[in-house]
Design a protein around this ligand. Structure first.
Ligand code: GLU
Length: 591
């Protein structure tokens, strides 16, 4: 969602230009307007606009040497998408300038209170309330950090803010919920809402915890926001490289990341054996295990229930992140929640974790972003090791989660080594499958599918969550109505919607679901559907056959990939930017 970037430098630099370049790197998160604030001695310049950061943004902002600047990409929650509502926002006396991610849940009360003290508001945002609250607390020569701290402690909800005050070379940042990361170098200090944008400056980073406040000036200090007491901080070394976070020669992040699966699936299993075994042991000892995820991660968690059932003969519960708190009642101290999240910042997942914590249940996570809130909130975590995932559509993080679930299921049965062999076999097969020829055939198929209105996707058993995920990808990228089903279900309803030529993708691995799913395909075909089979074996019912390798239990990993490719190529065919689906954002930090 919203992106934040700021810097304080020892010497004057083209700070606003740096901020704008960094906002561009944050733009994969999905946003609707942007802005930058830069100071030249006493003069503050703010430039903001709706839409994406344009290619000529640098010509619109003052080309001045400065030691301090902040910028923001907004995903509107309070107030329309207008230039006025875009960040940065200033307080009434123009002295406080702020960028903000999140929602001030009690903003109405605070606004009324400030209005009672003669504060006037010119925007519809909750952010302007924070700016004025800090101004209000800034009276009588109060240090900026103390004013920010006092104001921040009055906010309800999940918020991250970065603040500057006129005449001071200092940024104060504080947060609950949304991520803020600090990059420290010899000549400058940087703050951003995510890791990749900081990699060009440093790989030594400090992750701000909830309730912590950072002060960036000639140095760096960390405080507890509640008490104001200074705290020690630890730097984390980030393994990701600048190249990992760029698209290189690829036209879009989405296709790069789909093809990254050639190595990322194997990398998911690149864990310390003891660490995997520890989580497997936790699953074995738990009173009940709950896999919890949102969106694509939810499909991976649903898949986990089938994987554990078959490979480990273990019952695992599945719940969508936003629904989990309503099931809190049956949790016990030895219940185990395993939360899966690419970003580790999804608000609904963090709420699920809080619900589990309320009942003192154990929390584990599978997460891609090192240092993320989820990772830090977990008793135990495994990293997906998929490298930065920047396309809004999650692809490699999905298959990495599947790979880890397989490995865990085998480990629960004491078959860790065999699990490793299987993941390596999948990775090898996937490398053979993803040829230029295969991509071209998916592109040709996508061209046909892009002309239609609906796509139905059917799978049974483990292929059912794969069908859901396939439909999810196609909807996200193309806005075509796509629906995934458990193969036995449409005869109760949706088969009535099938007409001549309706495309139906049938996932038919060589497993116990094969006969029944082929029969379901026949039922669709009898009503005019055009059958596209994803299968290692050709069947007479298929009008079009997508040949995938037979990987036994692990086939689910390769079966989802053709649908990722169809989503990508169909989006191109329809003239949409596959990296930036409308209304969607990468990391959903609001509820
Ligand atoms: N609630 C703020 C607004 O609507 C912040 C939005 C964001 O996180 O981008 O402006």
């Amino acid at each position: 969602m919203c992106g934040i970037f700021g810097l304080v430098s020892d010497k004057p630099v083209k700070a606003a230009m740096t901020v704008v370049a960094c906002l561009r790197k944050l733009d994969y998160r999905g946003y609707d307007s942007w802005g930058v604030a830069v100071r030249d001695n006493q003069n503050l310049f703010i430039h903001k606009d709706v839409g994406p950061v344009p290619p000529d943004a640098e010509t619109q902002i003052p080309d001045l040497q400065s030691t301090i600047a902040i910028g923001h990409t907004r995903w509107a929650t309070h107030g329309g998408v207008t230039r006025l509502n875009a960040h940065p926002h200033t307080s009434q006396n123009n002295k406080i300038t702020i960028v903000h991610n999140g929602i001030v849940e009690n903003f109405q009360e605070l606004k009324e209170e400030l209005a009672g003290r003669n504060y006037k508001f010119i925007t519809e945002t909750d952010t302007e309330v924070i700016a004025n609250l800090i101004e209000d607390e800034s009276k009588d020569g109060m240090p900026l950090e103390e004013s920010v701290r006092r104001a921040f402690n009055r906010l309800e909800g999940r918020n991250a803010v970065v603040v500057m005050r006129s005449g001071e070379d200092k940024l104060v940042a504080v947060k609950t919920g949304s991520p803020l990361i600090i990059g420290l170098t010899d000549g400058a200090r940087y703050i951003a809402s995510d890791i990749p944008v900081l990699l060009q400056f440093t790989r030594e980073m400090v992750f701000l915890e909830d309730g912590e406040m950072a002060v960036l000036d000639g140095g760096f200090r960390l405080y507890d926001a509640a008490s104001g007491k200074e705290k020690k901080f630890e730097k984390s070394h980030i393994e990701w490289t600048v190249e990992d976070a760029e698209k290189g020669d690829f036209p879009h992040f989405l296709i790069k990341e789909i093809l990254d699966q050639k190595w990322s699936v194997k990398n998911a299993a690149n864990q310390k054996k003891e660490s995997v075994m520890e989580l497997a042991q936790m699953i074995n000892n738990a009173y009940g295990t709950y896999m919890v995820g949102c969106g694509t991660a939810a499909h991976a968690c649903r898949a986990a229930t089938y994987i554990f059932s078959k490979i480990a003969q273990k019952h695992i519960n599945f719940c969508i992140g936003s629904e989990f708190p309503y099931f809190e009642f049956f949790l016990k101290q030895n219940s185990l929640l395993i939360a899966a999240s690419q970003s580790g910042e999804t608000a609904d997942i963090l709420d699920a974790v809080k619900a589990a914590r309320n009942k003192k249940a154990v929390v584990a996570s599978l997460v891609n972003v090192i240092g993320s809130t989820l990772m830090r909130m977990s008793d135990k975590h495994l990293l997906l090791n998929a490298g930065p995932e920047k396309a809004v559509l999650s692809t490699k993080a999905f298959t990495s989660k599947l790979a880890l679930f397989y490995l865990l299921a085998y480990s629960v049965k004491g078959k860790y080594e065999y699990g490793m062999q299987r993941i390596n076999a999948v990775s090898d097969a996937l490398n053979k499958m993803l040829t230029e020829e295969f991509l071209s055939s998916m592109q040709a198929l996508a061209r046909t599918l892009a002309a239609g209105k609906d796509i139905y996707i059917l799978g049974r058993g483990l292929s059912y969550p794969i069908a859901l995920e396939g439909a999810h990808k196609i909807k996200e990228a193309t806005y075509i109505h796509a629906e995934g089903f458990a193969g036995g279900e449409p005869k109760h309803c949706e088969i009535s919607l099938v007409s001549q030529g309706t495309p139906a993708i049938i996932i038919a691995p060589n497993d116990e679901t094969r006969h029944a799913i082929i029969n379901n395909a026949m039922e669709f075909k009898a009503r005019g559907a055009c059958i596209i089979g994803i299968s290692p074996k050709k069947e007479p019912v298929f009008d079009y056959w997508i040949q995938v390798p037979d990987l036994g239990e692990e086939s689910a990993i390769v079966n989802v990939i053709p649908m990722q490719l169809i989503a990508y190529y169909a989006a191109l065919e329809l003239g949409y930017n596959p990296d930036k689906p409308r209304n969607l954002a990468k990391s959903l930090t609001v509820k």
